[in-house]
Design a protein around this ligand. Structure first.
Ligand SMILES: [Zn+2]
Length: 339
């Protein structure tokens, strides 16, 4: 399996985030990648740099004004004499205007963000762009005949919507990979999201489309982040009706419940008649994860990999979450080796 990764990820190091009411050091750190790279090295899996894709490639799934905001946000912050990381503190909730984007950086940040856990620093844009290029390259390789590829993306992407960022995500790497596969000849593409958290951004991007199936297994939004999307009754609308499928599980779920949901999710993908698959690969379902509450053990990840691989589809695996840094490498490798 070919592995794509960019060292430019390291430019994004947010420092602090607002997490459940407290300002704490970021869980999403460059160290996560260091542990994954070590595991890949032990497995003798070489890492390749991504190809260059222009900013225009992002506009297939993202809003132009949003991309422009991400690109310039920190420069605007600095122009106001600020430095360090940017976190929003006001949002256009019910009763407030979303149709008008404020000109000032604080209002603009609140307009585009949906949480205060996703800091932007000077290197964030370049890291997010390189992460998107990693996913696009991995998808291009599959379109050119590779059976499966692994996009070691950082920052992750599945919470980023058409014009929103949050949940440590800025650009939606998995959605970009799925769109690349569509544009390069695969008629029906499925996205399987196995991260602990619902892939709200990916769901939003494809919600009205019947050519991309979105299936997600995650902690129930009744108690788990991102709280406001990911329920079982969300099934898609218009041409997308019936092409979104959510499997929310209670916090504390273990392997038996997870395995049953995964089997049903895979059946859904087989029924859809997918020609290619994108996996939003989060390993924060691990029992030792500091911000999640499933009880999967290390030995379960090779089983998950084997079940997904049995679909026998051309597959792009895109790295999402996983915050138990010490174990993230082995858990990811457990899935990759099954392919
Ligand atoms: Zn997650």
């Amino acid at each position: 399996m070919r592995v794509i990764h960019s060292h430019r990820h390291a430019g994004h190091d947010g420092g602090f985030e607002l997490h459940r009411g407290e300002l704490v050091p970021c869980f999403e750190t460059p160290t996560r990648v260091v542990h994954i790279l070590r595991a890949l090295e032990r497995a003798e899996m070489p890492v390749e740099a991504p190809r260059e894709f222009s900013v225009d490639a992002l506009l297939r799934v993202h809003d132009a004004g949003f991309v422009e905001f991400l690109r310039n946000a920190h420069a605007q912050w600095r122009a106001h004499g600020r430095s360090g990381s940017m976190l929003p503190s006001g949002f256009p909730a019910r009763g407030l205007r979303r149709d008008r984007i404020p000109a000032g950086i604080n209002g603009m940040m609140g307009h585009y963000a949906f949480d205060a856990g996703t800091p932007i620093v000077e290197g964030t844009w370049d890291a997010a762009l390189s992460s998107a290029q990693v996913a696009l390259t991995a998808a291009a390789l599959v379109a050119e005949g590779e059976r499966s590829t692994y996009a070691l993306c950082r920052p992750p992407g599945h919470h980023a919507g058409r014009s929103t960022y949050g949940g440590y995500c800025f650009l939606n790497n998995a959605a970009l990979a799925a769109q690349e596969l569509r544009d390069r000849g695969f008629g029906r593409v499925a996205v399987l999201d196995v991260d602990y958290h619902h892939g709200n951004g990916t769901q939003e991007i494809f919600y009205t489309r019947g050519d991309v199936l979105f299936v997600s297994i995650h902690g129930t939004p009744d108690t788990e982040y991102p709280y406001f999307l990911g329920y079982a009754d969300e099934r898609g609308i218009d041409a997308g009706e019936g092409f979104t499928r959510n499997f929310p599980l209670p916090a504390g779920s273990g392997w038996e419940g997870y395995r049953a949901a995964l089997a049903e999710a895979l059946e859904e993908i087989a029924q859809f008649g997918a020609d290619a698959l994108v996996v939003s690969l989060g390993v924060d379902t691990f029992e030792g994860d500091p911000i999640s509450s499933f009880k999967l053990a290390g030995r379960h990840f090779p089983l998950i990999g084997a079940m997904i691989a049995a679909l026998l589809l051309p597959t792009v695996l895109v790295q999402e979450g996983g915050y138990a840094a010490e174990e993230i490498g082995e858990n990811v490798l457990g899935i990759l080796e099954a392919f």
